[in-house]
Every structure is written in structure tokens, then in C-alpha cells.
Design a protein. Structure first.
Length: 397
């Protein structure tokens, strides 16, 4: 395999467009046979060239060509200096959280991903670091929390499941003034729509399980760092703890990544159509989608995103009995957790993704029992709307 980073002396100075990186990074670099699709390297170990002569790769936990290809593609898409590919999104978060020392504070959003909250609380309980959850949309509360001098601020925007949007650039500036590093979980939008490093973030975290792979057949994660130093440290740490992603998963994710841009474009167009349909429906009392002018985050999202993504949530009239009837009757939306695949999914946060947090915390976060979340896929918009109509007309019966 020749080095895909070598664009040759005639290569573009500032690198190709992101769509090109996504579709073709690492294509046709196979020196052995001229394979167009990058080959997969499953080998756990590598032959030394001779006595005391290791080659570029020696052992699969510390490095793998397939995994490195995905890492470099993601780093370029996010505009970072490098990336580490991990076995899951949680492993990516833990790679960052694991660097913290007992006197370090992590400041996380009050409505962050449930698994993230569980991980940070578990680390804090064991004395590995301390953690505080704050409403980052409340400027005064955020500024007050920064007085505690956090080492790391974690941002998630749009949030799950209400799609609250926060201003990354403003929060990063505040956090940097207080001496904190900033990581943004960019899972809900992908670099096709939002690039936190260009807004000042030090790290981007992904659950590649979602849009980056996009086909609901891999669990994976990534940390992208803006600077070279931290990426070396994170790569070292991933080798120490053994949390690197598997080569086959990396290969599948790279395959999924090829169509990231057209998928995102079509899925968010479908989501906009679904949101407009839901907003006018009498059986729906609220729709949470940043693409709607009625959404609290619409102005910020318009500024900091290249689109509004394909995740949305809505409340239906009639409480739990109506939710049950909707779920029994809706078509083309499969009842399942997760998101970001080519197929549309519906979930009920109160009994699924957000069941663990308890009723009181859900109330505080604004997650009612009537709330449904959808991940809008690539199906025909007309089918998706017809499928929702089946569900919503059953609500009233
Ligand atoms: C799914 C998800 C994670 C966790 O990723 P896994 O791949 O499931 O470990 C983290 N953050 C967000 C926003 C997610 O949606």
C-alpha cells in the first residue's frame, strides 16, 4: 500500500473538497494489485524486516492500515490533525475522560447522551475525576460553572432528544478563557453538516455507529484532535488500554463513509418534509427540529450548521395510550434505539433511551411520556409521511 497521505507533487495545495475525501480517500492506493477499493488488513501481527527492524506496523492493537485509513479520512473531514478509531462511541469518550486526573473537573451538558452521563458519573464515583452537568444554553449558568476551572468541557449539539442547539463558537471562547479544553460530540450531524474544530473546538467525538457508517451494522467511535500532540497521546493511550476499533469495522465504516454527503443531504431533506408535515398535524402538539423557524435553536443552527440534520422529535396528543397506538400502527419507521442509518427508526425516549434517568430527571430535561424521536432515513418522503399518517390517525381512535 502506498502512502495515501502523499498527494504527489501535482496534488491540490489545500486538499480536495470534503465530498471528495469522503467518496475517494484511500482509493486506488494498492501497490500490490492496483485494487481500487482499499483492501482490508485483518492480520493481528506483522513480519519484521529483519533483526531489530520493525516495519511501519508491528501489532494490530497499536496500529492497523485499514483503521489508519479511516482515521485519516475522518481527521481530514473534521479538519483535525489526526484521529483515533475506537471500538465504540463510548470508548471514544472514555479515551478523553480517561486522561483526566482526580482533581480535574469535566463540565458536561445536563441533557447529554445517556451513556455519556452514565460513564462520567461512574468515573467520578470511582474518584477518577469530578463531573458537573450544566445547562449550556444558559449563558450565566455556564459562566458560573467555569469558575470551578474545568479541565474539559464537553458539548453536544443538537442534543438528544429535544434537539436543543448551543453556540459552539461562543462556548469554546468562554471555556478557553477559563483554561479548559473543549470536546464536541458531533455524532448527530457528522462533519458533512457541522465542523466543530473550525469553530475552535480541541476535540471532536463520534459514535461512528450512527451517520458516519450509516448502515446500522457497526458499533464504532472516533476521537479527532485539532492538534498533533494530543493525538499522539490518545493513540498511545488507546494502545495501552486496548480500545482501538477492529479492522473489519473500520473497513465497513470507510465503505459507509463513501456516501456520507448524499445520504445526509437526502435524509435531512426528508426530515424537513416530515417536520413540516408533523407541525401541521392536529394529533401532534409539538415538533422539535432545528430546521423549523419555531425551534429555539433555529437561528444558531442556521449559522453554525450546513443543514439541520435528520433527527427530530415530537409530542403527540393523548398521552401514553396514544403513543402505544401510534407505535402499533406507524409504518416505515421501525421501533428501535440508535439513529443515523439509511432506514427510518422511531423510539420512545421515556421507555427506551432515557428510561434509566428516571421520571424526575426526565421531567427536568423536558422529556415527556408523549415524546417520540425519529431518525429519518432514505426512504421516499411520500412513504414516510403516509407511514406516519397511519400511526397518527390511529392515535385518535
Ligand atoms: C450513540 C451515541 C453515543 C455512543 O456511541 P456508541 O457507538 O453507541 O458507543 C455517544 N454520543 C451520542 C450523541 C450518541 O448518539
Amino acid at each position: 500500500m502506498t502512502d495515501p497521505n502523499d498527494r504527489g507533487k501535482n496534488g491540490p495545495k489545500n486538499g480536495p473538497y470534503p465530498q471528495t475525501i469522503s467518496a475517494a480517500y484511500g482509493v486506488a492506493i494498492d501497490a500490490g494489485f492496483g485494487a481500487v477499493a482499499p483492501p482490508i488488513y485483518l492480520s493481528s501481527t506483522y513480519e519484521f524486516a529483519g533483526y531489530d527492524q520493525p516495519r511501519r506496523y508491528d501489532y494490530g492493537r497499536s496500529g492497523n492500515p485499514t483503521r489508519d485509513l479511516l482515521a485519516e479520512a475522518l481527521a481530514r473531514l473534521e479538519g483535525g490533525a489526526g484521529a483515533v478509531i475506537t471500538a465504540s462511541g463510548m470508548a471514544a469518550l472514555d479515551l478523553l475522560a480517561g486522561r483526566c486526573r482526580p482533581d480535574d473537573l469535566i463540565l458536561a451538558p445536563h441533557d447529554c447522551y445517556g451513556g455519556t452521563m452514565r460513564l462520567l458519573k461512574a468515573r467520578a464515583e470511582r474518584g477518577h475525576c469530578s463531573v458537573r452537568f450544566v445547562d449550556q444554553g444558559d449563558e450565566e449558568a455556564f459562566e458560573a460553572a467555569l469558575a470551578d476551572r474545568p479541565a474539559l468541557v464537553l458539548i453536544e449539539t443538537p442534543s438528544n432528544p429535544l434537539m436543543r442547539v448551543v453556540d459552539i463558537e461562543a462556548l469554546v471562547a468562554q471555556a478557553h478563557r477559563a483554561g479548559a479544553e473543549v470536546a464536541v460530540d458531533n455524532t448527530f450531524l457528522s462533519p458533512a453538516i457541522q465542523q466543530p474544530i473550525s469553530l475552535g473546538a480541541d476535540y471532536v467525538i463520534h459514535s461512528t455507529t450512527k451517520y458516519l457508517n450509516g448502515h446500522s451494522d457497526v458499533i464504532g467511535g472516533a476521537v479527532v484532535a485539532a492538534d498533533r500532540g494530543p493525538i499522539e497521546e490518545l493513540r498511545h493511550w488507546a494502545n495501552v488500554v486496548g480500545s482501538a476499533g477492529a479492522p473489519f469495522d473500520s473497513w465497513l465504516t470507510l465503505r459507509g463513509l463513501r456516501s456520507l454527503f448524499p445520504r445526509m443531504e437526502q435524509q435531512q431533506a426528508n426530515a424537513m418534509a416530515v417536520a413540516n408535515y408533523l407541525e401541521r398535524h392536529p394529533a401532534v402538539s409539538a415538533v422539535f427540529y432545528p430546521g423549523l423557524a419555531s425551534h429555539s435553536g433555529h437561528a444558531i443552527a442556521t449559522r453554525q450548521q450546513r443543514g439541520f440534520g435528520a433527527m427530530l422529535s415530537f409530542e403527540i396528543v393523548g398521552g401514553v395510550p396514544a403513543v402505544r397506538r401510534f407505535i402499533e400502527s406507524v409504518e416505515f419507521f421501525t421501533l428501535a434505539e440508535s439513529l443515523g442509518g439509511v432506514e427510518s427508526l422511531v423510539s420512545h425516549p421515556a421507555t427506551m433511551t432515557h428510561a434509566d434517568m428516571g421520571e424526575e430527571a426526565r421531567g427536568f430535561a423536558g422529556i415527556s411520556d408523549s415524546l417520540l424521536r425519529v431518525s429519518v432515513g432514505l426512504e421516499a418522503e411520500q412513504d414516510l409521511i403516509a407511514g406516519l399518517e397511519k400511526g397518527l390517525s390511529a392515535c385518535r381512535s
